[in-house]
Design a protein around this ligand. Structure first.
Ligand SMILES: C[S@@+](CC[C@H](N)C(=O)[O-])C[C@H]1O[C@@H](n2cnc3c(N)ncnc32)[C@H](O)[C@@H]1O
Length: 520
């Protein structure tokens, strides 16, 4: 899943908008993990988040293909089929693992810098793959459907053909219900992720999946009901196929950035320590990745799904790395212009010129915040007398390159830092509220199955919120310290100034006296 991850960090754009790039690499054990007990069998009943017309019914929820997320039976059938179909002998095998339930484990000693996998292009699913139902493929291509919706439809089409599809062994080993926020209900997102910006990202993603499905239905499926019957091509099957794409699709740089599902390679789990990624290797003519560390027999082999925050990993893959283990972790801090600002309109206009809004989100990391955020803060606090600088502040607050970002306005530095601190503290208070309440959130659940699911989702949310709050705590500490320094510096300067003034006034008093005296 090297590259699969690249795509996942982007949001799905309806109406066939193309997806952006992402990155994938690889890794090793020890780092990540959410404690998912294999015995905790969670069956999520998914419901559409926003769209009433396309709300799913319970009967639609059961996807008649795929397997339980930890099924080794189907995985070993996949392994046998791949070997028969041209996958060379492997130094890894699929096993049940601590991190990620199923994963690839070293069978032999593996050296650092060794190439692994060698999945031939004939075993890779991409937009160019042949459709078992040739007519359906032709219709999709005639309509120039972009890669993501095309692949989502392809997967459903092949899955519905069961054994008649050449991919049946692959599809049988895919999770029946991928872990992903796509499977959280709106109520669950609101309940557990209220404090985190990931909630909005998840809602947006679900909305986009629904939009994409409706678009396909309107433009294509409704015109060819024989090829795309609604019993098969419906919102629930699209939720599944997009869930699979979000958690497994990769981009292969050496294959013209082709998006692909790479059977076998997509059994590799993620760890945050590795930076190499899957790619097509021209010399061996297969999809490979190069290890960046040695592995011993029995050790799980990892890749990286890209430099993603914990929230992004939860969004696409349904897990949260252990607190403090993800160097790419960040939290979205939301800041807004004050409506009571005398220059609100002027500032908003300046922001809009650069594609920004009155409220903006910026990623804050444990190591600090971006220059863009500081520029936005300057703009938000700047007085009317600085209106001639609004344009440069707004430009620097945007993510456009080639613009000077490291602006400094010492005269409003303190206000700007206080503004960011207020934003952090407001956000922290939301996390505090959720984390304090989280113990009592599930008391009303009576069904044990539902309780399992709820506890599981809640634990993910608690892990995410704890890691996001930790970053904010750090920022709060840094901001308070800087403000204290500024203020104590100012105080010192003020004291010196006052002392000087006192001396001067004494002197003039003495002089005055002298003058008076002399006049006298
Ligand atoms: C590309 S698949 C990897 C293979 C997957 N474990 C399987 O058995 O099908 C990605 C999925 O694996 C799981 N996963 C990967 N890395 C993980 C990690 N570090 N911790 C927990 N789950 C992980 C998540 O369920 C994720 O959606």
């Amino acid at each position: 899943m090297a590259e699969a991850s690249r795509i996942l960090q982007t949001s799905l754009i309806p109406n066939f908008h193309p997806f952006h790039k992402t990155h994938i690499s690889q890794l090793r054990p020890a780092v990540t993990s959410f404690r998912r007990s294999p015995s905790t069998n969670i069956h999520c009943s998914s419901v559409s988040t926003t769209d009433q017309n396309t709300k799913t019914t319970p009967t639609q929820n059961a996807i008649p293909w795929g397997c339980d997320i930890d099924s080794l039976e189907n995985a070993s059938a996949l392994q046998k089929w791949l070997s028969r179909s041209g996958l060379p002998d492997q130094k890894m095998t699929i096993e049940r693992v601590e991190v990620g339930e199923r994963g690839l484990v070293a069978l032999k000693n593996i050296r650092k810098g060794e190439k692994l996998l060698f999945v031939p292009p004939s075993l890779v699913i991409s937009a160019d793959s042949e459709w078992s139902c040739v007519e359906a493929g032709e219709v999709m291509k005639k309509n120039s459907v972009p890669d993501w919706p095309l692949l989502a439809t392809y997967l459903i089409s092949e899955a519905s053909l069961l054994e008649s599809s050449r991919w049946s062994n692959y599809i049988s080993a895919l999770p029946r219900q991928p872990y992903s926020l796509l499977y959280w209900t709106r109520e669950e997102l609101d309940r557990y992720l209220e404090a985190s910006r990931i909630r909005e990202r998840a809602i947006e993603r679900v909305t986009n999946v629904i939009g994409t499905y409706k678009d396909l239905r309107l433009r294509i499926f409704s015109k060819h009901p024989d090829l795309f019957p609604e019993q098969v091509f419906n919102l629930e099957t699209f939720r599944w196929s997009f869930g699979i794409l979000f958690s497994r699709l990769v981009r292969l740089p050496s294959m013209d950035d082709k998006f692909a599902l790479v059977p076998w390679a997509d059994m590799l789990n993620h760890s945050c320590e590795v930076e190499t990624f899957l790619d097509y290797d021209k010399s061996s003519q297969g999809v490979v990745f190069t290890t960046d560390r040695p592995y011993q027999p029995g050790e799980q082999v990892f890749i990286s799904y890209g430099k993603k925050s914990n929230g992004e990993l939860l969004l696409s893959y349904g897990f949260v790395p252990k607190e403090g283990t993800n160097p790419s972790d960040s939290v979205e801090l939301s800041l807004s212009l004050s409506k009571s600002d005398k220059c609100y309109k002027q500032k908003l206009e300046a922001l809009r010129k650069h594609g920004l809004q009155a409220s903006q989100c910026y990623p804050v990391r444990i190591t600090g915040w971006p220059l863009e955020l500081m520029a936005y803060a300057y703009l938000a606090v700047s007085p009317p007398s600085m209106s001639s600088q609004f344009a440069e502040m707004a430009a620097a607050a945007s993510n456009k390159s080639g613009i000077k970002k490291d602006l400094r306005y010492p005269e409003i530095e303190e206000e700007a830092l206080q503004f960011i601190l207020d934003g952090c503290e407001f956000s922290i208070s939301k996390y505090n509220k959720f984390l304090q309440q989280s113990g009592s959130l599930d008391l009303d659940v009576t069904s044990p199955k539902q309780l399992n699911r709820r506890l599981f989702l809640k634990q993910l949310a608690v892990d995410l919120c704890t890691s996001e709050r930790r970053i904010l705590f750090r920022s709060q500490y840094i901001l308070r310290r800087r403000l204290r320094d500024i203020r104590s510096g100012e105080l010192r300067a003020l004291k010196i100034f006052n002392a000087l003034m006192a001396i001067l006034s004494d002197m003039s008093h003495v002089k005055g006296c002298n003058v008076t005296n002399s006049i006298e």
